[in-house]
Design a protein around this ligand. Structure first.
Ligand SMILES: Nc1ncnc2c1ncn2[C@@H]1O[C@H](COP(=O)(O)OP(=O)(O)OP(=O)(O)O)[C@@H](O)[C@H]1O
Ligand SMILES: [Zn+2]
Length: 569
């Protein structure tokens, strides 16, 4: 048994996430956590909403709410959806929690003590009407190059040129529209990442070898370009305050840490939130501090890799404290929607709330993981989704379960029939199952989710081939005992499927396992050796036939989904 700490990139608070967010972070982390738990490991799966920053402030303003109230409501809304998707977090916290405030301030103090934080003066645009400094992208005006009148302070969307806010003609605040702007000098804290370059390089040399190329190559690229000192504070109302004991002036001016500094610390903060629920029995520190016995795996899409592979380790190293650093970084490419980007602002693609209203979570979980953007970007299309649900879930798995259980009940009643001793066909089936299961385990251990899904699919297909070959509906006409053996063996396959499918499709797996009234039955893993004999469900075990596990998606459904969500190249 090993101790596994698992985190997935924190979803930002300003709205409901889409299927790209789901497959690029939380879902694969859940699949992996479930697998490790079934194998008997001690697993802690931690996530949280990322709540600080200007977009949260602006979204709250647009909703006519205080930021506090907005974030609390949005957190609960996201959590409800993740529950619906069956994401089994140990804790789903909030980066605005008191635990994270305390930890973020602690990190800053330590970095300061060790000479990695410096105060610097910078010049920034201030809006008198809004009474605040404006981040570059909240300043709009006319592009000096192409004349586009909605160019942002950091870039013109029309001609794509990179801009400085002072380049804009008729610059105004994107918040209030006011053009009463001025450039003011303001002081900020900078994290001296350049001083930590060597140590981070050493860390990546020692750890990154094992990571997927996507992750290690992004880390290397950042290191080759060189780590730059970066501002870690902002002039905002909403965020972790700069501690007054160390920086009284900045604290008095109301500076807060910038969201990219406090968000990864919330992995630890959320673990502390988890422990604070039951402090007698939960020890957050044993997971994070001097935790050499813990293996830490992180999940995220490629845009988040620089923060997690290089910047957060730099922050941790700079404290000179023994914080647990990432051991394995699983990175994903983009899931696209018909070849284009999912877009939160343009509401393009399918959002997690709508997905759950349409179909049960297991359909989405299976499809998304089986088509996860691991080695390349992949595209969601309704055609691919429905063919994969219909073929793999409905025809291969669901139909097998239903056919076997219904037929057996009809011919032999409500208990698993005994029948003849296992013969050559069962021995061959056992070998095939053991081999495929070993492959499946190998892919799960390597966090190769598409390959794991393919092995699982192959295991499901093996049941169908066996059934077609034995044809119990013919056997029963001449040899009842032979038919009973086939059905008993097939029912053992169903039970095996219920265990090994659980990481992908937990609620259907539960329904399958629940068909058998087995004393003390659990979802604990079955190894290839144990699986070979296909004997976990003995003759005489009472069973029921569960309702249809997966309904097929019809042509009419497909048309209506495409009409509703837009489904063209
Ligand atoms: N299309 C996508 N495919 C895979 N992962 C994605 C996709 N879009 C976002 N992600 C990942 O989802 C996680 C949560 O993202 P976050 O809430 O920060 O939204 P985001 O990155 O702003 O994306 P968006 O603006 O598209 O909603 C991050 O790990 C991010 O990299
Ligand atoms: Zn332009």
């Amino acid at each position: 048994m090993a101790r596994h700490l698992i985190t997935s990139a924190l979803p930002y608070i300003n709205g409901i996430k889409h299927l790209g967010n789901m497959v690029g972070s939380m879902l694969p982390a859940d699949v992996y956590s479930r697998y490790l738990r079934q194998r008997g490991h001690d697993v802690l799966y931690i996530c949280a909403t990322d709540e600080h920053g200007t977009p949260a402030e602006l979204a709250a303003k647009a909703a006519g709410q205080s930021v506090d109230a907005f974030c609390a409501e949005q957190h609960d809304a996201q959590k409800a959806i993740y529950d619906g998707f069956g994401l089994a977090f140990d804790h789903f916290g909030r980066s605005s929690s008191p635990e994270n405030v305390e930890l973020t301030q602690h990190f800053a103090r330590k970095l300061h003590e060790n000479g990695f934080i410096e105060e610097r003066a910078i010049r920034q645009v201030y809006s008198n009407a809004d009474e605040r400094f404006l981040p570059d992208r909240y300043i709009v005006g006319t592009c000096p190059h192409c004349g586009y009148d909605k160019a942002r302070g950091d870039q013109c969307e029309n001609c794509t040129r990179v801009l400085d806010p002072t380049d804009l003609i008729d610059a105004r605040s994107a918040i209030s529209g006011s053009s009463d702007l001025e450039v003011r000098e303001t002081k900020h804290l900078f994290l001296l990442q350049s001083k930590l370059q060597g140590e981070v390089e050493k860390f990546i040399d020692e750890t990154g070898e094992e990571w997927p190329t996507l992750a290690s190559s992004i880390a290397r690229k950042w290191l080759t370009e060189g780590l730059h000192d970066r501002a870690i504070t902002r002039d905002l109302d909403w965020g972790v305050p700069v501690p007054a004991d160390v920086w009284p002036d900045l604290a008095a001016e109301g500076k807060v840490f910038y969201v990219w500094f406090d968000a990864p610390i919330e992995y630890i903060g959320s673990t502390k939130e988890w422990a604070d629920v039951d402090p007698e029995n939960r020890d957050w520190k044993s997971w994070w501090y001097e935790a050499d016995d813990v293996r830490y795996t992180e999940f995220m899409a490629k845009d988040n890799v620089p923060f997690h592979s290089v910047m957060f380790p730099a922050t941790q190293l700079g404290t000179r404290e023994p914080w647990k650093k990432v051991d394995f970084l699983k990175a994903f490419n983009w899931l696209n929607y018909y070849g284009g980007k999912f877009s939160t602002s343009q509401r393009r693609g399918i959002f997690t709330d709508a997905a759950l209203e349409l179909l049960p979570a297991d359909y989405w979980r299976y499809f998304l993981i089986a088509n996860a953007p691991e080695s390349d970007d992949t595209s969601f299309t309704w055609e691919l989704f429905s063919s994969s649900v219909n073929k793999d879930l409905a025809d291969t798995l669901g139909n097998f379960v239903n056919r076997v259980l219904s037929f057996s009940r009809k011919r032999f009643g409500d208990e698993v029939p005994a029948g003849a001793e296992a013969g050559e066909a069962e021995a061959k089936l056992g070998e095939d199952i053991a081999r495929l299961l070993a492959e499946y385990e190998g892919h799960m251990e390597a966090l190769q989710f598409r390959k794991a899904a393919a092995s699982l699919r192959a295991l499901w297909s093996t049941g169908n081939s066996y059934l077609e070959e034995k044809a119990p509906w013919l056997e029963i006409k001449t040899d009842k005992d032979a038919a009973a053996l086939t059905l008993r063996t097939a029912m053992n396959l169903i039970h095996l499927y219920s265990v090994i499918s659980e990481p992908f499709i937990p609620s259907s797996a539960k329904a399958m396992r629940g068909a058998f009234a087995l004393d003390g039955d659990t979802a604990l893993w079955i190894t290839p050796d144990e699986a070979r004999s296909l004997s976990a469900v003995p003759a005489g075990t009472p069973f029921t036939v569960p309702p249809v596990l997966f309904a097929k998606i019809t042509e009419d459904d497909l048309t209506s989904y495409k009409d509703r969500f837009g489904g063209e190249e």
